[in-house]
Ligand binder design. Structure first.
Ligand code: HAM
Length: 433
């Protein structure tokens, strides 16, 4: 027997039964992004390996062990993007998007990291990201966070996420803290695990968010990075906290939050949930004022964040386990009798013009009304529109709501309005919004 070929480990198919929830979440998020003035950008999935090395940092986990990198036929090093910020910055520089102008950009697409797969952690995963260029104040950091809080509210999951916030200061701040940290760690070298020993000179800041409790206990003995902030960074952070308080956004200042990518400075944040086990970060980001210049562009400050879409969907599903994920047929048209099929075809075209947002399907298999109704039930249709010879003659149709069994005859002229009202109500209930 021929062996079947399977998907690559950690890479998932999104089947039609998953897609409606993805589309719903994407629609909610993209409408809010538009509402905040963001424009979509689409960049290639593959970029030069050097872009990620330079942007993310040579001593990060992503660069050291998680990239899907290849040589192309001409021997050029290329990499499947592990994240979206680097490509966005590269595209902005290359297309002169950053000169004397603010930019608010968003993107959606697959990212690739060679990590050990588990629930919420995949080798191909989708991110929805948003990046703002050209604004350096804490007000835009606050607005970005307020926008993400709106995402959770509109998805009905705001009671299931918490905001972790920190400031890692300027490059200079980090240099002086780096010194203190390495000194202290070297004095305790015997107590460090292998991971931390490896990082002590390459990337000691990452030791701060080690998951090892004995390392965390050791770190309790040194002053937090926030005590080392220069005045400008401290003022930035204080003002950000004030603006979040003003907006009613609660947060936890986590002095150990440093993030796994090297490009950040000052503000860093993560929205986390306890509902997904160890992969609890559903949205992460921060300020990266040095990256545009580092990649050869002008000196432009920036801030952004990205949501892991699979994790967000897992969370929505865990909060709403009864949410219907099967895409229901909104309107199923059936017909029986001389000439009724022609009317059904014309009528369904008219309805599709009037109700483009709904799924409208004609019954084509023949059979009597009873057989056609049971087909509609099987397809989980919400409304059935039936056309017999009598209805066609009087320009009416029978409408039956399969959710509550109510059936009535209505004029075809009013059908679109009546259907829209019924279906809008369904959508609201279906997604609890
Ligand atoms: P990140 O924290 O590496 O940041 O990823 C952002 C989000 O992507 C995470 O919070 C998580 O939800 C999701 N994610 C990361 N890795 C995986 C994985 N293996 N499987 C499933 N989901 C995952 C960035 O990528 C930055 N570019 C974010 C950013 C944008 N910072 C500024 N602008």
């Amino acid at each position: 027997m021929t062996k079947t070929i399977q998907a690559i480990r950690g890479m998932n198919d999104l089947l039609p039964s998953d897609i409606s929830l993805y589309q719903h979440v994407e629609e909610v998020l993209t409408k809010i992004l538009l509402n905040y003035g963001f424009s979509e950008i689409r960049t290639p999935i593959i970029e030069c390996t050097s872009l990620f090395k330079r942007a993310i940092g040579e001593d990060t986990d992503i660069i050291n062990k998680e990239m899907y990198s290849f040589n192309d036929r001409r021997g050029e090093g290329i990499t499947l993007r592990p994240e979206g910020t680097a490509g966005c910055v590269r595209a902005g520089i290359e297309n002169s998007l950053f000169y004397n102008q603010e930019q608010r950009l968003w993107y959606i697409g697959p990212m690739f990291r060679y990590e050990r797969p588990q629930k919420g952690r995949y080798r191909q995963f989708y991110q929805i990201g948003s990046e703002v260029f050209g604004l350096k104040g804490p007000d835009i950091d606050a607005e970005l966070i307020i926008m993400t809080a709106r995402f959770w509210r509109f998805l009905g999951i705001d009671n299931h996420v918490q905001l972790e916030l920190n400031s890692i200061g300027s490059i200079e701040t980090r240099k002086s803290y780096h010194h203190t940290l390495v000194n202290m760690l070297e004095k305790n070298i015997k107590k460090l695990d292998n991971d931390s020993k490896r990082r002590i000179h390459s990337n000691p800041m990452r030791i701060l968010d080690s998951k090892n409790p004995s390392i965390q206990a050791l770190l309790d003995n040194i002053p937090p990075l926030i005590d080392y902030l220069d005045d400008t960074s401290r003022e930035h952070f204080t003002e950000l906290c004030r603006l979040l308080d003003l907006a009613g956004i609660s947060y936890h200042v986590n002095h150990r939050l440093v993030r796994g990518l090297d490009y950040y400075n000052n503000t860093v944040f993560e929205w986390i949930t306890n509902s997904l086990g160890s992969q609890g970060a559903i949205c992460s980001g921060g300020r990266y004022d040095y990256l545009v210049k580092l990649l050869g562009g002008p000196n432009v400050p920036a801030v952004g964040c990205a949501i892991g879409l699979e994790r967000l969907i897992l969370l929505v599903r865990s909060v709403y386990p009864l949410l219907k994920t099967k895409k229901v047929v909104d309107i199923y048209l059936i017909s029986s009798g001389q000439g009724t099929k022609n009317s059904m075809l014309t009528f369904s075209e008219y309805l599709r013009n009037q109700l483009p947002e709904f799924k409208i399907i004609n019954h084509f298999g023949g059979g009597n009304f009873s057989a056609q109704f049971s087909r509609a039930n099987k397809l989980a249709a919400r409304l059935v529109l039936a056309l017999g010879e009598n209805e066609v003659a009087h320009h009416t149709c029978i409408i039956k709501d399969l959710y509550n069994g109510i059936q009535k005859t209505i004029s075809q002229h009013h059908a679109a309005d009546i259907l829209r009202a019924l279906l809008t109500d369904t959508l609201r209930k279906k997604h609890k919004i």
